[in-house]
Write a protein that binds this ligand. Structure first.
Ligand SMILES: Nc1ncnc2c1ncn2[C@@H]1O[C@H](COP(=O)(O)OP(=O)(O)O)[C@@H](O)[C@H]1O
Ligand SMILES: [Mg+2]
Length: 308
């Protein structure tokens, strides 16, 4: 398929938890895409703790996303930095935490429009930790949202919370009906008095109130398809977590979630970050480079890991 002018794919890398490997995955996916001749821009959307430049081995830049957000005369193109790799550019995140950690609604809209207008084939958003609305909105802006998860109860729990929060936010933003919005807000609390225990039950409940809105929400739910990447796996049973998460999302949320692949725990990863030399930059043959290629392939082709 040829590229229609201005058409691009926005990919968000989130996960709800800090230190799980979001920036590592985002930077290496960017490098892989750029190496396959796709023009790609990496955006550090971690508005509180930007460090994507470090993962790419780039010095802290003078001009960042905060300059764009805080100054309406600065265009998004002005904050796009070149990297050492052809086809790969970077929009660095804010250093000044107070600067844009909490952008105004109008600033956020302007930023989202600007991201959609970038003249590239791929945009990769490296998200911050947590499930605040800004992070969720970046995730929902993307055509494809990826969650990085460690095979540990805390990380898995965070990932489920992230999936549920972003789905409910997506549904809430779809409608202006105050009573529907109120039901969605109530449903966020697991112990709500409406007896709604899952997104499927939420949509059923709303369909009974207003069948038109119900249909809309149902459609939004079926197009919501988060992806999962397991990081730091050490055993076969760690890898199986990916499949169990997939099944659990289907069963409890009524959602299709794609398990894209896993990254083995690999000393070369932290060494590469210390050396500021991304692992996929030099056509590395190690296991992480191989893992990353599988993830990238599945992501690009809308595939998932084949069940064992
Ligand atoms: N597969 C891996 N094997 C070994 N260490 C890893 C792996 N993935 C990530 N790390 C380590 O975890 C640290 C945090 O990764 P980072 O991408 O900065 O997380 P996040 O962006 O989610 O906060 C990295 O500095 C690296 O040392
Ligand atoms: Mg990060």
């Amino acid at each position: 398929m040829g590229r229609i002018l201005g058409e691009k794919e926005i990919i968000a890398i989130g996960g709800g938890k800090g230190g799980v490997g979001k920036s590592f995955l985002a930077s290496n996916l960017g490098i892989l895409l750029a190496k396959s001749k796709k023009s790609t821009v990496l955006i550090d959307a971690d508005l509180g703790g930007a460090n994507l430049h470090t993962c790419l081995g780039v010095n802290p830049p003078d001009i960042t996303l905060s300059d764009f957000v805080n100054n309406s005369h600065i265009r998004i193109e002005d904050v796009v930095l070149r990297t050492s790799l052809e086809n790969l550019s970077l929009i660095s995140g804010a250093h000044d935490i107070l600067g844009i950690a909490n952008p105004k609604y109008s600033q956020k809209l302007r930023l989202f429009k600007a991201i959609e207008s970038l003249d590239v084939e791929y945009v990769i958003l490296d998200l911050g930790a947590g499930t605040n609305n800004n992070t969720l909105d970046f995730f929902l802006l993307a055509d494809k949202g990826v969650l990085v998860v460690l095979p540990e109860p805390t990380s898995i729990e965070n990932a489920y919370r992230f999936i549920k929060s972003s789905l409910y936010r997506k549904l809430k933003l779809l409608t202006n009906e105050p009573h529907v919005r109120m039901v969605i807000e109530k449903a966020m609390d697991r112990k709500n008095n409406l007896g709604i225990r899952s997104p499927v039950e939420l949509v059923e409940h709303i369909s009974r109130l207003d069948s038109r809105v119900g249909n809309q929400l149902e459609e939004a739910m079926s197009s919501f398809r988060p992806r999962i990447v397991l990081n730091q796996v050490r055993s076969l049973s760690d890898i199986r977590m990916g499949y169990s998460m997939q099944n659990a999302c289907e069963k409890f949320f009524g959602l299709r979630v794609d398990f894209l692949g896993y990254l083995e725990s690999d000393d070369q990863v932290w060494q590469s970050i210390r050396k500021r030399q991304p692992i996929t930059l030099n056509g590395e043959h190690g296991k992480s480079a191989r893992n990353l290629r599988t993830i990238n392939y599945n992501l690009m082709n809308n595939l998932q890991m084949k069940p064992e």
